[in-house]
Ligand binder design. Structure first.
Ligand code: MG
Length: 377
């Protein structure tokens, strides 16, 4: 399919940190995507929490299935807008690679542990995974991805960190935009979790249909499903509703973004970067409804007693592990001890310990915690 002139393309790529010959049978962004899929961090996503701890049930989303759903939604939007599907997929599959075990609670706990050592931010950690921590190639550290894939992975960043990131951090200082592909993955991420959290929330019994009647995106589609299929079984009605919710917001996103791009007169990816504000966006109406759903999930699912209880445990595990490794680095695996010998003092040690903990899956963290801190249990 012919790409739009403003799509990211191999010919206009800002390249890789370590120059490499072009791939023989793939595009540059296909190669990025393939390297991400073959990384260890990608495989670990299977055992990391999205909202529900991985072993709570086989039907709940994990970070891996979430990432695949983001890629699916993002690719549909990319294709409809004649944008670069390979780049879109690469960014989508990599966007959560830096997540700690136990979702946001894990990340908050690790961030607190690193308070005096530069903090911890999962978005920046995703970049660190692909730039540094994956050691798989003889010729360079990390996966040596293209500028555009790395730009898409780094969704947000503090001014302090942006200054340290050179070219990649510049857009956070001069307030320019990333590629349209990066912009759309950001929204596809939100579409995926808003909708699958409704589905998982209802399946788990933590949310009830009755509560969702006040949330317009759900209520409108659910009413339509009831009207069209009055005899439908409740579980099937939920699937049909969620399917329609995704379709509704994705269609709005494609149509509205298309209009905005046309009206902007952009021709080239450089115009996209210079444009004042993102061009991939919902209409104001769907934007507001999507925020309403987000607020609902924050208040009713993420803050649900059963979720916060579980996450309270998770915080103890992350903290316990951090303190144990900081206190006695000999507890770390040998390759991390080697990195420690090459590093300089406490900030170096804290970062290495954080890299190790952030890479852990939920169950690995629980096992390590039991082994080191609850001997005999
Ligand atoms: Mg995500």
């Amino acid at each position: 399919m012919k790409l739009a002139s403003y799509a990211a393309q191999d010919a206009t790529s800002r390249g890789r940190q370590y120059p490499e010959a072009s791939p023989a049978h793939r595009s540059e962004y296909q190669r990025d995507r393939d390297r991400i899929i073959h990384s260890a961090a990608f495989r670990r996503l299977e055992y990391k929490t999205q909202v529900f701890i991985n072993h709570e049930g086989d039907l709940f989303r994990t970070r891996l299935t979430h990432s695949i759903e983001v890629a699916q939604i993002a690719r549909s939007v990319a294709r409809a807008l004649a944008l670069n599907e390979d780049l879109t997929e690469a960014v989508a599959l990599a966007h959560d690679l830096g997540h700690t075990p136990f979702g946001h609670s894990g990340q908050d706990a690790l961030n607190e542990c690193l308070h005096d050592h530069g903090g911890f931010e999962h978005n920046l950690q995703s970049l660190r995974v692909v730039d540094v921590l994956e050691e798989r190639y003889a010729e360079f550290p990390g996966l040596n991805l293209t500028f555009e894939t790395r730009e898409g992975i780094l969704k947000h960043c503090s001014v302090k960190n942006a200054r340290e990131l050179g070219e990649l951090g510049r857009r956070f200082l001069d307030k320019t935009q990333p590629s349209l592909e990066a912009q759309l993955v950001n929204i596809a991420d939100e579409i995926a979790y808003n909708n699958h959290d409704v589905d998982d929330g209802l399946r788990s019994g933590l949310l009830q249909i009755g509560q969702l009647k006040d949330v317009s995106l759900f209520a409108e589609q659910h009413a339509e499903v009831q009207r069209r299929y009055p005899d439908i079984a409740p579980r099937r009605a939920i699937y049909e509703t969620v399917r329609r919710m995704i379709n509704h917001v994705v269609t709005d996103l494609i149509d509205n973004s298309h209009r905005r791009i046309e009206a902007s007169g952009i021709r080239h990816i450089d115009d996209v970067r210079r444009h004042p504000g993102p061009l991939v966006a919902y209409t104001a109406d769907v934007g507001e409804k999507s925020r309403e759903l987000k607020r609902f999930l924050r208040q009713n699912l993420y803050a649900h007693e059963r979720v916060t209880q579980m996450m309270g445990e998770a915080v103890k595990v992350v903290r316990g592990l951090f303190e144990a490794f900081m206190h006695d680095p000999r507890l770390l695996p040998s390759q991390y001890q080697e990195k420690l010998r090459e590093s300089d003092g406490t900030p170096g040690r804290a970062r290495i310990v954080a890299d190790y903990i952030a890479g852990m899956t939920d169950r690995y963290a629980l096992r390590e915690h039991a082994r080191l801190l609850q001997p005999g249990v």
